[in-house]
Each structure stands twice: as C-alpha cells, then as structure tokens.
Write a protein that binds this ligand. Structure first.
Ligand SMILES: *[C@@H]1O[C@H](CO)[C@@H](O)[C@H](O)[C@H]1NC(C)=O
Ligand SMILES: *[C@@H]1O[C@H](CO)[C@@H](O)[C@H](O)[C@H]1NC(C)=O
Length: 284
C-alpha cells in the first residue's frame, strides 16, 4: 500500500462518523522514517513498535513522511526508567529537519522529562510562526515509565487540545480575533529521545543505555501533499466537525480538575504573559 492509497483510506473511513477504527495496526514504515540516530532506532514486532536507544554516542528521532494540515495525532509512549536529564518527545512541527536554525515556525510539543522517580513532569509548548514560549508544565498522575500511555493532539482551525489517555490537559483556542497567533502551517509528526543535560541537568550514563518505546503509528490527519490549504479545514473531516470546536461538558470538567491539581507552570501566569494576547482574555 502506497501513501496515497493510505491517505484516501483514512479520509474514506472518517467521513461522517467517528474515526474509531480497530483495523490492523499500521506498520511504522508506512507513515514514518528515522531522521537521526538511525542505528539507535529498532523496529520491533513487525513494525508495530519502535524502540529508541540513547547512550553517550547518540539518541534518535523519527518523523512522519508527510505533513498534515489538521487532524488527530496520537502516539503510545513508554518513557525510559531512571533517565534523569533525558527528554522523550512527541510533537508536531512545520520544520521537517528538526528546526535547526529556524526560529519562526509552528510547533506543538509533548516533552516528557526524564526522572529517577516521581513526580514525572510533562512540558508542553505551542509555537505559532514564532519562537513559542507558551509553556505549560504538569506533574503526571501516573508513572510514564511503567506502561504505554496515549499522547494525543487534536488540531483544527478552532482549537488545539492535548490529551493523555483521552483526558484533555491543555487547550489552545484560536484567539486570532483578539490578536493572538495560531498554528496553521502544515506540520510533520516527530518523536525523539535526546540528551537534555543543558535543560534538565546531567545524565547518569552509567545507568544507561536508556530505551523509549513508541507504538500506535496510525495517523488521522489531512495530508497536506497535493492539497490546497483550505481543504484541511473541511468539515468532512471528523476532527473539524462542530463538536470538536470546543470541549464537551464532561471534558471541560476533567480539564479544569487536571489544571487545578497538576499544572505546575503556566506561561499566562508568568512575567511573559503580557506578550500574549490570549493571556489577557483569561488564558488560552
Ligand atoms: C550531553 O549534553 C551535555 C550538554 O550539552 C554535553 O556537555 C554532554 O557532552 C552530552 N553528553 C553526551 C554523552 O552526549
Ligand atoms: C465534503 O463532502 C461533500 C459530500 O460528499 C462534497 O460534496 C464536498 O465537496 C466535500 N467538501 C470538501 C471541502 O472536501
């Protein structure tokens, strides 16, 4: 099956109803390619899982073959144990080669910060044709090193929602009407395991090598290739449908509770808040 057939398949299956398809898992190679540290990336279990290894020589990273203009993007991830100083990531970015030297771009980040024990911390960020700095951090209510959890990004023209195991933890609304920026460039899915010493403190390499596991390689997105940008806003895609323009009442309740109990840092409550119009209307 080539990528074109796959894309059509996804569109067809998503028309009208929910995209809950329990089809066979899509092998890694269909949708993704390694982009650095290839010899530190192992494809396991007929392509249903990928393991990235980090040791003093290298970490590794992979990305989707195509860029997308909207969608639901999910990855199952198990974070390495005892990995203080190492970052395990899943993100969307408009820069396919990892953004070296590119400052103004679009990006939506999950960054799981390596720890030797609880609390485990998740950093999130939003870039909108700029350099980001819209961070929110959470202490996780589970141990991400023990099992796979689902990290998911909904991105449509009205809102961006980050979910963990279907629980909304972050909402970034399209507030362009008050002058806020909003991500709209086509983006690639990326995942990586890297030496975060500069940010997170030193790594104890003697307890390595460290392994992160990834699975869930199906993509529900509007492939940008061959498409006029506005096609990706089509209500024909479930993720763009009216019901996905905001959280429903039940989701809103869970979201408020997560924010109250687990949010440790919010850029809208920082000294930088004035730089962001969305913060002036009560946060994003
Ligand atoms: C990890 O990053 C730190 C800070 O950039 C650097 O000094 C160190 O050499 C790196 N370690 C390895 C093994 O790459
Ligand atoms: C959405 O679906 C309808 C009905 O199948 C079709 O007529 C229309 O062209 C589609 N719109 C877009 C933007 O794809």
């Amino acid at each position: 099956m080539g990528p074109l057939y796959l894309s059509l398949c996804v569109i067809f299956m998503c028309l009208g109803g929910d995209c809950i398809i329990k089809a066979a898992e899509i092998p890694f190679n269909e949708n993704y390619i390694p982009i650095w540290g290839d010899d530190h990336i192992s494809i396991l279990d007929r392509g249903t899982q990928v393991q990235i290894r980090i040791d003093p020589l290298s970490g590794g990273g992979f990305r989707s073959r195509h860029a997308y203009g909207s969608g639901y993007f999910r990855m199952s991830i198990k974070v390495p144990k005892n990995s203080k100083g190492i970052a395990t990531t899943f993100y969307l970015t408009s820069v396919p080669d990892n953004g070296r030297g590119v400052t103004n771009h679009d990006e939506l980040d999950f960054e799981l910060l390596g720890q030797n024990g609880p609390p485990y911390i998740l950093n999130t960020n939003v870039f909108a044709q700029d350099t980001g700095n819209r961070e929110q951090q959470f202490n996780l209510w589970f141990d991400p090193t023990l099992a796979f959890h689902d990290y998911e990004i909904l991105w449509n023209q009205k809102q961006i929602v980050l979910f963990i195991d279907k629980v909304p933890i972050r909402v970034f609304k399209n507030n362009e009407k008050v002058g806020a920026r909003y991500p709209k460039l086509p983006m690639y899915l990326h995942a990586s395991l890297w030496n975060g010493t500069q940010w997170l403190g030193p790594v104890d390499w003697k307890s390595g090598p460290f392994f992160a596991n990834y699975g869930g390689f199906k993509i529900h997105g509007c492939p940008y290739k061959n498409y006029h940008p506005t096609k990706c806003d089509s209500p024909n895609y479930t993720w763009n449908a009216h019901k996905n323009w905001q959280l429903d009442a039940e989701q809103q309740k869970v979201y408020e509770s997560i924010k109250n109990k687990h949010m440790m840092y919010d850029y809208c409550k920082s000294k930088f808040a004035n730089n962001f119009p969305e913060c002036r209307i009560g946060g994003s």
